[in-house]
Design a protein around this ligand. Structure first.
Ligand code: NAD
Ligand code: ZN
Length: 730
């Protein structure tokens, strides 16, 4: 090679190195930014998969140019944050992150490396689920809980002791048996570690409440857990449903156990919550099988997992392998592939909530993601639509946030149609046409018209819902019809309804087929039957006994969710006391505060609202909190339920469901039958009153025919459900 060529070669290398350094700096900047949003604010802007991609790119650049690795690089750190809002706590020993295997090949590479270091066939592995929560360290002295801290930067964490005290499954004392196991070391402080998480169901409820109150929802259960634990006020944490799984300890020495699986048994014995899905594996094939099984069953769990953690079981072998700057060499996190799908965004529809908030909802071509079909996802507000820059006609990427909530990740810009226009929030309410307002400092736009039909409907639906007045049998369709017929406009109107008003209204559903006997034709509306009408009236009467806390929540006062309604009811006891209370008195209630107090006062100063309350009182609603104890209330409720049994139209009848139904699942159909008093069983006998058979029905249908049990098709079932009456015998 001549000197000149060598010179250009060197220049090209220098240029490439320069470009790599620049990219690495940029990646570090982005990683810092997103880590801050994730760890400090509990409000990530990008998915974990997108974050991991940035990190992997940085790792690859640093592998090619080792001189770019600095101690400040994100690859050399444990991601985390210590907020000045909390006292800081030094961990007894460093808390590490974990190296990832993004696929089975990377998992195998780690297994091979480990086998090579420990000697082939010498390692046993403990496989655990990787719980997607936030890491915490719990310190016990003399067997007593004294301190809890977040992971923070791995060396220093945030003191969250008072908050962790409110988590029910954290023991305040270790069991005598566990201390006995420690022998002479029982007095030494120990620091156990694990994950604080929020069950999926609680996460969904929390976000529903946030949506209803116009607050920003959490992106996924992990962030909801972190946001709930990292609170200045432990009372807020106490109201959130958090739980733990423990799986590690800072110093194994005092425990007198020599392996991970023995340690997990010790944790259980000590009183900690330990995840039951654990396996000891001796071969890579067994490790693979555990991973495959965990992936297949992740949807069935009530908490989020984002992978499997494989650990070398023996503590002696763990010591032999040691740690890198950010992670143990004796463990690997096998990360599940994120399920993301492409689809086409057809429409951004506006939903008007009961408080008038306009919420844009993405409607897209149905796709199957993580086991279920999704076709819409909330976009929360206008800012979010713009930040994501999604436009009608775009090909979009969708996934399930935390594997539960459908979410639009973003557009595929390369596939954007030339005419796709930037989306704008309408300036008038799509339901009533009044101009919408955008209050200072709020992300939400709202329709403030008192008469907005969308709000009227949502308010009525909220009133009857399970967590509020719990009025069975009044669904969305019936509410539509009641509004249309001019029978119900506000919640007090419900209590003027008579069975005659209801009977004959159409249910919003239609007949599927002609039925000469009944004189109906396909497409005719199915009317509400007399028995159902009577049942609805009974339900309304029953709801009058609901305590004040339910009524307050059901009224849909802005910022008053279920738990705020409960504390207000407990403090003021009667509606009258709350109506005359001043803003300061209300704000002084534990868990309330000025913003809520202002909203409550505002609600009670609107004459129309007071008029509705007065009509509720005249109708006989309780409007008082019953503090005579939960037990008394429960027995009262069952008393009412017993009275109702006799009135239930299908009481005494037994149904068996078989084959496929189109309008509802078998479970839903079963629940609807039970709601009318029927029994639903799994096998056909002489005692069976009716068999409902859809296409594909087999032996149960044959048995019904041989026993002479009447068989109904789906059409007939719908009529039974709509009218509460069974067909006359042939
Ligand atoms: N979306 C974003 O903007 C953003 C920003 C920063 C980080 N992140 C995400 O955070 C993660 C990185 O966080 P990390 O450093 O905590 O690493 P990690 O979550 O990948 O793995 C380590 C952690 O797993 C947890 N864990 C759960 N179950 C465990 C078990 N059975 N045994 C041992 N540990 C268990 C522990 O808390 C441990 O600290 C990545 O998934 C990354 O994508 C996302
Ligand atoms: Zn409106």
């Amino acid at each position: 090679m001549d000197a000149q060529a060598e010179g250009t070669d060197e220049a090209a290398r220098a240029e490439a190195r320069e470009a790599a350094a620049e990219r690495a700096a940029e990646l570090n900047r982005q990683l810092e930014y997103h880590a801050y949003r994730y760890y400090a604010l509990d409000a990530p802007e990008i998915t974990d998969a997108a974050f991991d991609k940035l990190l992997i790119e940085l790792q690859q650049i640093e592998a090619a140019y080792p001189e770019l690795v600095t101690p400040r690089s994100y690859t050399q750190r444990v991601g985390g944050y210590v907020s000045p809002q909390f006292q800081s706590v030094e961990h007894m020993a460093r808390m590490y992150s974990m190296d990832d295997a993004m696929n089975l090949d990377e998992l195998d590479e780690w297994l091979e490396r480990t086998e090579a270091a420990l000697g082939a066939g010498h390692a046993t592995y403990t496989c655990e689920l990787k719980i997607d929560g936030l890491g915490v360290a719990l310190t016990y002295e003399d067997g007593r809980f004294v301190r809890a801290a977040t992971r923070g930067d791995g060396v220093t964490g945030e003191d969250v002791t008072l908050n962790v005290r409110t988590i029910r499954d954290v023991p305040m004392r270790l069991s005598q048996a566990a201390l006995a196991h420690m022998g002479a070391d029982a007095r030494r402080p120990i620091e156990v570690r694990g994950e604080v998480y929020m069950p999926k169901g609680s996460f969904l409820r929390l976000n529903e409440e946030a949506d209803a109150q116009g607050r920003e929802p959490f992106a996924n259960p992990r962030n909801a857990a972190a946001g709930s634990l990292r609170q200045k006020d432990p009372k807020v944490t106490a109201r959130r449903d958090l739980a733990t799984f423990l799986y590690a300890v800072a110093d194994t020495a005092p425990l007198h156990v020599d392996s991970q699986h023995a340690f997990l048994s010790w944790l259980k014995e000590a009183g900690f919550s330990v995840n039951p899905n654990v396996a000891r594996c001796t071969t890579p094939a067994e490790v693979h099988a555990f991973c495959a099984d965990a992936l297949a069953h992740r949807e069935d769990l009530d908490y989020d997992i984002d992978g499997v953690v494989v650990k070398v079981d023996s503590f002696a072998q763990q010591d032999e392998l040691g740690f890198t700057a950010r992670a143990p060499r004796w463990a690997i996190a096998f990360k599940f592939p994120p399920e993301e799908k492409e689809t086409v965004l057809r429409e951004i529809r506006i939903q008007v909530g009961r408080t008038g908030v306009l919420t844009p909802v993405a409607e897209f071509d149905p796709v199957t993601v993580s086991g279920s079909t999704i076709a819409r996802a909330t976009l929360h507000n206008e800012d979010e639509v713009h930040r994501k820059d999604v436009r009608v006609g775009d090909t979009i990427v969708v996934h399930k946030a935390g594997d539960v909530i459908p979410e639009v990740v973003g557009p595929v810009l390369a596939k954007r149609p030339a005419d796709a226009a930037e989306w704008r929030m309408p300036r008038t309410c799509p339901a009533c046409g009044s101009p919408v307002v955008h209050e200072e400092g709020e992300v939400a736009y709202r329709c403030v018209s008192i008469d907005c039909p969308a709000q009227v409907k949502e308010r009525l639906a909220h009133w009857v819902s399970r967590g509020c007045m719990d009025i069975d049998g009044v669904g969305d369709e019936l509410i539509d019809k009641l509004i249309e017929a001019g029978l119900v406009h506000d919640v007090a109107d419900f209590y003027q309804l008579t069975a005659d008003d209801l009977a004959g209204l159409d249910t919003g559903r239609t007949y599927l087929k002609d039925d000469k006997r009944r004189g109906v034709r396909a497409g005719d509306p199915i009317p509400v039957g007399a028995t159902i009408a009577a049942k609805v009236v009974d339900e309304l009467v029953k709801s009058k006994a609901q305590p004040l806390s339910r009524v307050l929540f059901a009224l849909g006062i802005r910022h008053v969710g279920k738990s705020v309604a409960e504390v207000l009811a407990r403090r003021f006891l009667t509606l009258d006391a709350l109506i005359v209370a001043n803003e300061d008195d209300i704000a002084a209630v534990d868990g309330v505060g000025p913003k809520i107090a202002q909203s409550v006062r505002q609600f009670f100063s609107v004459p129309e609202n007071l008029a509705v309350l007065e009509r509720l009182r005249v109708a006989g609603l309780t409007l008082e909190e019953d503090l005579s104890g939960e037990a008394a209330r429960a027995s009262q409720e069952t008393g009412v339920a017993e009275d109702l049994v006799a009135a239930q139209p299908l009481a005494g009848l037994t149904f068996v469901l078989t084959g496929t139904l189109e309008r509802r699942t078998r479970d839903e159909a079963g629940a609807a039958l039970k709601a009318l008093g029927a029994k639903v069983t799994g096998s056909v006998s002489k005692k069976t009153s009716y068999v409902v058979a859809g296409p594909g029905a087999g032996s149960k249908l044959a048995k019904a025919e041989s026993l002479g049990v009447p068989v109904l098709d789906e059409e007939a079932l719908e009529q039974v459900l709509a009218t509460g009456e069974v067909p006359a015998a042939e």
